[in-house]
Design a binder for this molecule. Structure first.
Ligand code: SF4
Length: 217
């Protein structure tokens, strides 16, 4: 067979879509980050017609180009939690306000083959918005986030996603030196609260865009 890798990922992503739909998520498949952006801009946003929108600090969100596309929108209130021009106090307050928007966009640390979203946050605004508050949530998921089960999800997050994010954010934590989780007690510790989103409640509140590309950490 030609293009075995493409065939492999088509099967894996289609299977995961079915599992997520069984768990009451609405699911979209995107061939790459640009296609994911198109789905959000041309399908999801027109369907929801949000008056306010915000997001977590997701590398996948930035990689799709959605950040540039949405920060320029004048037809809705934009709560940019990643605005580098505001003070840390203003950013914290904006994260609190972002829990009441019509549409919240985030990434995920892992998704299991059974269709569970697994996340570990430092501040908690991402998992807060994912869990309750915003009327609608979009989760952007690169194919590199797919894991077999909860055990592998936790392993991936503690031994890859968290250390790489700590390095990215210049945190003063031991994992930035060793590249392993050292279960630190550092004030800079980014691993504070876990969530496992087993199902979307209400049905369809959380929309998942599965992207056939490696994106994010
Ligand atoms: S608990 Fe500490 S050492 Fe472990 S990954 Fe998180 S920040 Fe790094």
């Amino acid at each position: 067979m030609e293009k075995p890798t493409e065939h492999f990922w088509q099967i894996r992503l289609n299977d995961l879509k079915k599992e997520l739909e069984t768990n009451n998520f609405e699911v979209f498949l995107a061939e790459d980050g640009a296609a994911a952006k198109k789905i959000v801009m041309e399908n999801i946003i027109p369907a929801i017609q949000p008056k306010s929108i915000s997001w977590g600090g997701s590398l996948t969100f930035f990689a799709t180009g959605l950040y540039e596309a949405l920060t320029n929108r004048a037809d809705m209130e934009i709560l940019d939690t990643q605005d580098k021009t505001i003070s840390p106090e203003q950013a914290y307050e904006r994260r609190r306000q972002s829990l009441l928007v019509d549409l919240f966009i985030a990434g995920t640390n892992a998704v299991t083959e059974a269709g569970q979203l697994v996340n570990l946050d430092m501040v908690g605004n991402r998992i807060g918005g994912l869990t309750f508050g915003p009327k609608n949530v979009v989760v952007l998921v690169g194919r590199n986030k797919i894991v077999c089960d909860l055990k592998e999800a936790i392993f991936r997050i503690k031994n890859y996603a968290a250390p790489t994010n700590a390095i990215r954010l210049d945190k003063k934590t031991p994992c930035t030196k060793t590249a392993y989780c050292e279960e630190c007690s550092s004030p800079d510790r980014i691993c504070n609260t876990w969530t496992i989103t087993e199902k979307s409640f209400p049905k369809g509140r959380v929309r998942v865009v599965l992207i056939n590309e490696s994106l994010g950490l």
